[in-house]
Ligand binder design. Structure first.
Ligand code: ADP
Length: 240
């Protein structure tokens, strides 16, 4: 069984690599076409190209998730730990995501609790790229699963200052207790969720949980129920 698992992971990894490169080219050309690099195009053509761009983007994300799963399972997920300024990362991601949220007609706010002395630091020891992946995955999800309303991000510390907490609340589809239990498992999605967002694989939160676990942190979700929005939390050790 172990041998079979390893073979499966190897296959997944090779297949993913070979899928990603051509896809990146498709996405790149779609982007150049829509920017007018090959001349002016009519509205219907531009709309069709936009669809190619969006769908190839979904595929790129899916393939990255598959590659992560195969790395996690083969124990090849490499981490490069050093000091990470979570405040800086938070503000960069907030800036990037503001545009996607506004594109989806959502109100987006991001707040850092600057503490009593107004200069609170948010430094943890971690792998910056992987922490970025976790946070942007949560933001992507909140945009996907919030048909209208608001998304708000907050960065703060626990009362004893030992933990850095990132929270993200949305006014979206929310989730039942049962859903909350299972979404961090591999390939797991809420029942009926594909009506809201078709392309999901149910892998993002599993990968996020694995990454946070390696940081000895915690990740969890809260919701007042279906239709009542969701909040996601990531808690990490505060170095300072
Ligand atoms: P995917 O989004 O590809 O389905 P994820 O692992 O990122 O996979 O999420 C798993 C499931 O968790 C989603 O399919 C959805 O049912 C639920 N979920 C995640 N984020 C939210 C959110 N912000 N609001 C409501 N449900 C969510």
């Amino acid at each position: 069984m172990k041998v079979l698992d390893k073979k499966k992971s190897e296959f997944l990894s090779i297949a993913s690599h070979h899928l990603r490169d051509p896809l990146t080219a498709i996405k790149g050309y779609a982007s150049m076409l829509s920017e007018g690099s090959f001349g002016d195009l009519s509205r219907p053509v531009l709309e069709a190209i936009e669809k190619i761009f969006v769908s190839s983007g979904h595929l790129v994300t899916m393939i990255s998730d598959f590659m992560d799963i195969s790395r996690i399972e083969s124990g090849d997920m490499n981490y490069n730990f050093k000091d990470v300024d979570m405040k800086k990362l938070f503000l960069i991601l907030a800036d990037e995501m503001k545009q996607s949220a506004e594109h989806s007609h959502l109100v987006f706010t991001a707040t850092v609790d600057e503490g009593p002395s107004e200069d609170e630091e948010y430094v943890t020891v971690g792998d910056e790229g992987k922490l970025r992946q976790v946070v942007s995955n949560l933001i992507d999800n909140s945009i996907k699963y919030t048909p209208h309303g608001e998304i708000s991000m907050l960065l703060y510390k626990s009362p004893d200052k030992k933990k850095i907490i990132f929270s993200l609340s949305d006014t979206g589809i929310g989730m039942s207790e049962l859903t909350k239990e299972k979404i961090f498992k591999k390939f797991s999605r809420a029942e009926g969720v594909s009506k809201v967002y078709t392309e999901g694989t149910g892998l993002g939160l599993y990968v996020a949980k694995e990454i946070v676990k390696k940081h000895e942190g915690r990740i969890w979700a809260e919701s007042k129920g279906e239709g009542h929005g969701s909040s996601f939390y990531v808690e990490l050790e505060a170095k300072r």
